[in-house]
Unconditional design. Structure first.
Length: 510
């Protein structure tokens, strides 16, 4: 598979959405691309695995109609028919601990009015807030453009602090603004960076259809990994799975030398066999890996920058997978407020379950839970699901298991935007990943845009004729803007998928 004198025009390190996007763009421009991925599959955190005849997604991912770059990637992969996007935002919000005068659930539906009036009726009917709180929330929403610049002295504001300055009381922050803050940044408003949260929420207000939610109808391995392997193969790119980059340095003859090692089957990237690493020489290099890995791999010339990236803190995510003997809810997707549970998705059809109901439950900002054993998580969260879905109290739980991403997101707190990397400043080396400074939160859309940006940087550095980089929404030069991926809503059930479950390891090209 590997040779001691290996060469490529570009080596892309990392096979998540950022690396896939960069590799496709570079290969489409005729470059000889080698894509390295330490795991035995592409897709990064958006992966699937087989369990008891079902295909299980490692974590749950949704997107918005405003995610143009991500939808463009799906179109290139030929899988747009494998996602569903609402005609209009229709999001059910469940209250984790409703009071005597508070409803157990409400609906957020947009109207056909032009923005920002398209959400006025939804806010007016949001009965988790008092009438006074709803009026105050509307006033605060109109002031969101100021949030990015507002400080107390020289200290960055949390979104919660900014909201307090705008008259938002504790109930409004918990029942409305935390919903939006978790959706955009994966953090409560009390911890989230005010500028980042405000910019993301503004996206929803900026155009009528921006907040319409999309969800996958098939397992993520079929949505991202398998189609990416097929497309990159047609473009002539080489994919090396189970191969880790161990060092990167500028070459004495120009370009970069990338030392690589194979990861033992069933082992982790940390256990890669580096006794006799192979070196690939590349004219250019894209590091499309998490911030801490990029900091470790960065050449010595970028040591000061790498030290800054390494200061980005991770935010863990715990996903709970619950299989009930019969249906406990008719909702395909729901958001939750005032609870550690934030999103619940019905994955019954997508996973291939033929009887009962399979709910996938997302617990973001899960630092308090990520080290708990599954038995303790079960004891903690099954009663919570019974509160959210009363029918679950009388239904047998046939299976309960968990998946955990300790570095699911960067922790987008005040000060973190200054730590996110722009392009490296070393000719021929580009950075990609949702953690980089794309102007978007750490989401699938941010990952894809970062990969495209890295590819365009390489094309410029190699003097290859590149694309006219324009925002797909406005047509203006440049492509930056906030994301709001992560909200959830009502969707049609997925059609059964032929062929049975696909394990990530099945994606290795022949």
């Amino acid at each position: 598979m590997m040779f001691s004198d290996d060469r490529a025009d570009v080596v892309v390190v990392g096979g998540g959405l950022a690396g896939i996007s960069a590799a496709i763009e570079l290969a489409e421009h005729g470059l000889d691309v080698t894509l390295l991925e330490a795991r035995p599959w592409l897709g990064g955190a958006t992966c699937s695995f087989a369990r008891r005849g079902l295909t299980i997604d490692n974590g749950q991912h949704a997107f918005l109609r405003s995610c143009e770059a991500y939808r463009d990637l799906l179109a290139k992969l030929g899988v747009l028919s494998s996602v569903a996007i609402e005609d209009r935002l229709d999001l059910t919000v469940l209250a984790g601990a409703p009071g005597p005068t508070m409803p157990s659930q409400v609906a957020l539906r947009r109207s056909g009015l032009p923005a920002p009036l398209h959400l006025a009726r939804a806010l007016a009917g949001y009965r988790l807030l008092t009438r006074t709180e709803r009026v105050s929330a509307a006033v605060a929403a109109m002031a969101l453009p100021l949030a990015a610049r507002r400080r107390i002295g020289q200290r960055d504001l949390t979104f919660g602090e900014w909201l307090t300055l705008r008259g938002q009381d504790e109930n409004a922050r918990r029942m409305l603004w935390d919903l939006l803050s978790f959706a955009t940044l994966g953090l409560p408003s009390a911890a989230a960076d005010s500028g980042s949260a405000a910019a993301a929420i503004r996206t929803v207000l900026r155009a009528r259809g921006n907040a319409d939610i999309g969800i996958p109808l098939v397992p993520l391995s079929r949505l991202h990994a398998a189609p990416a392997v097929a497309l990159l193969g047609r473009l002539g790119a080489r994919i090396l799975l189970g191969v880790k980059a161990t060092a990167c340095r500028p070459s004495y003859c120009g370009g970069f030398d990338v030392a690589i090692a194979t990861v033992p089957p069933g082992g982790s990237a940390a256990s890669a066999d580096s006794a006799r690493p192979t070196v690939i020489h590349a004219r250019a290099l894209v590091l499309a890996v998490p911030a801490f890995e990029a900091a470790e791999l960065a050449p010595a010339e970028l040591a000061a920058d790498a030290a800054r990236w390494a200061r980005l803190e991770p935010s863990p995510m715990v996903s709970l997978h619950v299989v009930y003997a019969s249906r406990v809810t008719s909702l395909a997707f729901a958001a939750v407020v005032d609870s550690p549970v934030r999103w619940v998705i019905d994955k019954t059809d997508a996973a291939g379950l033929h009887s009962g109901q399979y709910l996938a439950v997302s617990v973001p900002a899960a630092g308090s839970f990520v080290d708990w054993p599954s038995s303790r998580l079960r004891a903690e969260f099954l009663p919570e699901l019974c509160r959210l879905f009363p029918a679950a109290a009388d239904v047998e739980v046939e299976d309960f298991f968990t998946t955990r991403e300790r570095r699911a997101l960067i922790r987008q707190v005040p000060g973190s935007p200054r730590l996110r990397a722009s392009q490296a400043g070393l000719r021929g080396l580009a950075l990609a990943g949702a953690w980089t400074d794309t102007g978007w939160p750490d989401t699938m859309e941010g990952a894809v845009r970062s990969g495209l940006g890295a590819a365009w940087q390489v094309l410029r550095d190699l003097a290859v004729s590149g694309p006219d980089v324009r925002d797909p929404g406005t047509g203006q030069p440049g492509w930056r803007g906030p994301d709001f991926a992560g909200l959830t809503g009502h969707f049609p059930a997925a059609a059964p998928q032929p062929g049975g479950p696909v394990s990530p390891v099945d994606l290795t090209p022949a």
